[in-house]
Design a protein around this ligand. Structure first.
Ligand code: VJV
Ligand code: CA
Ligand code: ZN
Length: 397
């Protein structure tokens, strides 16, 4: 592990609580909170905690959650258990409880912990106690005011942005999860104080949540302040990173955000159990690095990611990469958040090493030739970029 403190210009805070990881959505459910245990073990295994301020997070309290969520919905989440679910029969459909969002043991603790972590992280940025704040347990972008959706119950992102808005005039939200960041977009649909940008697989009828086409742009005072980049199956490293940079740079230059929230859903990686893109870890990380280099207060959140070994590889790499300011050409290998260069060989002594075989590498090839052919032509991607540029003409920073 090579860390050069001279080039480590960013103070990074890492918000973590092992309690959140011990929850189970159900045996066969794709959302597996223990992917966070795997991530934290790798982060510790590489010694990255020595280069960050690590905080054990506390649960958010009900008043904090009420900043966005409905009282009756919160009351329901607080009281419902797998054993008393029958008593809440009328509420289940109202709050969209079902296969995607089941009731499981400790659901309230789980939700309040990941939300508390995002709120703590936002407050570190507000107080200038950190430049980059990381919460891998957050990023649950589908939750609505009074409705669970897509494995998300409490929208920690909306809550964190509401905190940032107390001190920051303009917040930019960027979402690289393979799914549309619909809950965050909806919450800030009609304000120009938050710009939301989501890149995602879009197929109205066959891919969740079916929203986020290019003509979905916000409304009222927020018209042109919601941006969506609908993509097709199989997008590769080069096209994704190029498109991301081509869009994010002018967005930041035009909108002039004073803080940025980045949802780093790992289901946009190749070989994800639910995803359909073809990205490798370095390409996903290059997007995080690109955002980091603007030097704005940055809240880094998790999100989707359904192949736990790759989720943990990615978020470890992005943790390492988050505090450096080393120009890419000079960085000999891999450094995103803390500016630490971490080896491709995974730490030798790790309690979960068996999950990473047979290669035991940080960067196994994830893009599978033929699995998802790249259906995004150069021409299509160019046209999506052009559409975004047209909306940006309406923005005055
Ligand atoms: O596609 C859907 C909705 C259905 C109805 C419910 N059935 C279970 C699945 C089809 C139309 N939901 C998506 C939700 C994706 C949420 C992504 C969340 C994030 O990454 O953006 C942020 C954290 C979906 N895709 C796959 C599944 N649900 C799925 C759910 C299961 C399952 C297998 C697949 C739930 C339980 C079990 N297996 C046992
Ligand atoms: Ca997205
Ligand atoms: Zn997702």
């Amino acid at each position: 592990l090579g860390v050069n403190p001279q080039v480590n210009m960013f103070q990074v805070s890492y918000h973590h609580n092992a309690m959140a990881e011990n929850h189970h959505f159900g045996a066969a459910h794709p959302m597996k909170p223990w992917r966070l245990t795997l991530t934290n073990q790798l982060v510790l295994g590489y010694g990255l905690h020595e280069h960050m301020d690590t905080y054990s997070t506390r649960p958010a309290n009900e008043d904090e959650l009420k900043d966005f969520h409905g009282d009756d919905y919160l009351e329901f989440l607080k009281r419902v258990t797998p054993h008393n679910t029958q008593e809440f029969a009328n509420d289940l459909s109202k709050f969209n409880i079902g296969d995607d969002c089941p009731i499981f043991d400790g659901i309230w603790d789980y939700c309040s912990l990941y939300a508390g972590a995002s709120l703590d992280a936002a407050k570190k940025l507000i107080n200038h106690q950190s430049d980059i704040a990381i919460n891998w347990s957050g990023g649950l972008h589908h939750a609505k005011k009074s409705e669970a959706s897509g494995f998300c119950y409490i929208n920690d992102i909306v809550l964190a942005i509401l905190q940032l808005l107390r001190y920051h005039p303009r917040v930019l939200y960027i979402d690289i999860d393979v799914h549309h960041g619909d809950g965050v977009e909806q919450a800030f649909f009609s304000t120009d104080r938050v710009m939301t940008l989501s890149l995602h697989k879009y197929d109205k009828d066959n891919f969740f949540p079916g929203t986020g086409n290019w003509d979905d742009i916000g409304g009222g005072a927020g018209k042109h302040y919601a941006l969506n980049v609908p993509l097709k199956d199989g997008i590769d490293d080069e096209s994704y990173v190029r498109l991301f940079k081509q869009i994010v740079e002018p967005v930041i230059e035009k909108y002039c955000p004073t803080a940025v929230v980045l949802q780093c859903g790992a289901d946009s990686l190749g070989s994800d159990k639910l995803g359909c893109f073809n990205l490798n870890i370095k390409a996903h990380g290059a997007c995080v690095e690109f955002v980091k280099k603007f030097g704005l207060p940055l809240l880094v959140l998790g999100g989707g990611g359904y192949t736990p070994r790759n989720v943990s590889r990615l978020w470890t790499y992005e943790t390492a990469y988050t505090p450096s300011h080393i120009p890419m050409a000079n960085a000999s290998t891999n450094t995103i958040c803390v500016g630490a260069e971490i080896e491709d060989d995974l730490p030798a002594r790790s309690p979960y090493r068996e999950y990473f075989g047979p290669d035991y590498k940080l960067h196994p090839p994830l893009s599978k030739e033929g699995k998802y052919e790249n259906k995004n032509s150069k021409k299509y991607l160019e046209s999506m970029k052009t559409k975004i540029m047209e909306h940006l003409r309406f923005i005055d920073g």
